[in-house]
Design a protein around this ligand. Structure first.
Ligand SMILES: Cc1cc2nc3c(=O)[nH]c(=O)nc-3n(C[C@H](O)[C@H](O)[C@H](O)COP(=O)(O)O)c2cc1C
Length: 145
């Protein structure tokens, strides 16, 4: 069975809600989905998956969370991710999404294949936002069927 890992960091649960909906959307396609908080994830969870979604809210001043997510993303740099379809997502509040643009650019510069622009949602996802997340999960699953 093909495998998708959804790996996220979330301070107050907003990105976690997105992660859960993405995982649910991907699972509907009949694929095995691992939903993992980044503190419990390893680089192997990415490298041994057929497709991956990475999530992190905007922290600091338009950056990834620096204690866990930033080191995790750094650890992926230098790995060949080109054959693993990758989706990025995260919640933000007052910014304009710059953290996600920078993150996407960084992954693409490292050779990753992004499914689409990073999915960003302000604060907690509402029903419409959760729908977008489920659709993203289904789209990710469809790339590896
Ligand atoms: C320390 C801190 C830094 C933040 N920095 C930003 C920021 O640079 N830009 C932004 O749009 N939102 C920023 N936010 C708002 C969060 O991204 C927002 O509350 C988000 O919904 C949190 O999602 P989470 O619960 O998944 O962590 C910050 C929040 C905190 C607590």
């Amino acid at each position: 069975m093909k495998k998708i890992s959804v790996i996220y960091w979330s301070g107050t649960g907003n990105t976690e809600q997105m992660a859960e909906a993405i995982a649910a959307g991907a699972a509907l396609e009949g694929i095995s989905v691992n939903l993992i908080s980044v503190d419990k994830a390893s680089k192997e969870d990415v490298l041994k998956s057929d497709a991956v979604a990475l999530g992190c809210s905007a922290m600091g001043n338009e950056v990834l969370e620096e204690g866990e997510m930033e080191p995790f993303v750094t650890s992926l740099e230098g790995e060949n991710l080109s054959s693993i379809p990758l989706a990025l997502f995260g919640s933000y509040d007052w910014g304009d999404g710059q953290w996600m643009k920078d993150w996407a650019e960084r992954m693409e510069d490292g050779g990753a294949t992004l499914l689409e622009e990073g999915l960003i949602i302000q604060n907690a996802p509402d029903q419409e936002g959760l729908d977008l997340c489920r659709k993203l999960g289904a789209k990710l699953a469809a790339t590896i069927r």
